[in-house]
Design a protein around this ligand. Sequence first.
Ligand SMILES: *Cc1c(COP(=O)(O)O)cnc(C)c1O
Ligand SMILES: [Zn+2]
Length: 401
Amino acid sequence: MYRLVCVSCGASYPPDEILYNCTKCGHLLAVRYDLPALAVSRKIWDSRPLSVWRYRELLPVTIEPVTINEGGTPLYHLKRLGKELGIPHLYAKHEGMNPSGSFKDRGMTVGVSMALQLKKKSVACASTGNTSASLAVYAAKAGIPAVVLLPAGKVAVGKVAQALMHGAKVISIRGNFDRALEMVHELCLSHGLYLLNSINPFRLEGQKTIGFEAIDQLGGVPDRFVLPVGNAGNISAVHKGLLELKELGLVDSLPMMTGIQAAGSMPVVRAIRENLPEVIPEGDPETVATAIRIGAPVNAEKALTAIRTTGGLAESVTDDEILAMQRDLARKEGIGVEPASAASVAGVKKLIEAGAIDRSERIVCVVTGHLLKDPDTVIRQCEPPTEIDADLPSLLAALRL
Ligand SMILES: *Cc1c(COP(=O)(O)O)cnc(C)c1O
Ligand SMILES: [Zn+2]
């Protein structure tokens, strides 16, 4: 029902070939379905609970999937923040509400299921944190070993805790994420582990369901989708899914795909701004938003296409803007997210203030990971708790009552 097709030269490969790059030109592969032959029906989808697996006809898995109920995340109407910005239709899809606390679970439920379907015995990834946490969870559920490579000292503590507790073999390398990915890629090619970074075409199939769910929750296609961009897998995945819905005749317009990066790590933003044919990698990316601290985004080619062909935008935000929005989401909307996630909404604020976005647009921001992933960055921004003696006068004094 599907083939693996090179996103650049169009070469096509059978679905069970274990391949991450085109053997003819080296570019990435994507799953291409024979869409007219699929038994996709809105009615069947509507009869199932909101989740990744509601859309299983548009996923490559044919075995019983490895699942712990991923997806089905809330879509919040940001009324207070929207009012402040003068945009009445601002929404956030809270992907931090997935089982391991980030959207990576959508990719891993499909990716680890495919590992079993392809008869692989072990899985691996490089990670800025969330991919490793999620892979550890799904490998545990599948009962197979996982190896994860992290950039030493640059991973938020909650994410490392998850990878360790769920039983992955956790390796910290004295190098950055981009180097970790090169190393794990080589390891997988030479030793047969199944690679589950976002160069894996099946993982992105799971992630595209963010777009499907948002449309179902909103009751229609938003004008704009805004995502934080690291490796650019997620923005590419959501775009791919929406193209499929359009081809199937289930939607008749596409949202403007808009990517937000941190100012210290913004190769995609530069490429859009300077109208470059491809991104120029940054050797030394730096940002408080460690989940998007990536200088050489592997899915950049697809992301540039997604942004350009939909008339979308790319913008960068400073660490201060990211942290201010993390606090605003927490204090004005009750939404707790990690710094990278706040980048999407911070980017909307910046674009609105610059007059680059029409205020009447219906905008869905993907907020990608949970607040508790990175407690250190939270605690650094907040007043510490007030410690008092255990008596009522001290309490009243502390509350100035
Ligand atoms: C992985 C991740 C991102 C970046 O997604 P890409 O697909 O790499 O662009 C953003 N935010 C969080 C919380 C993440 O875990
Ligand atoms: Zn090719």
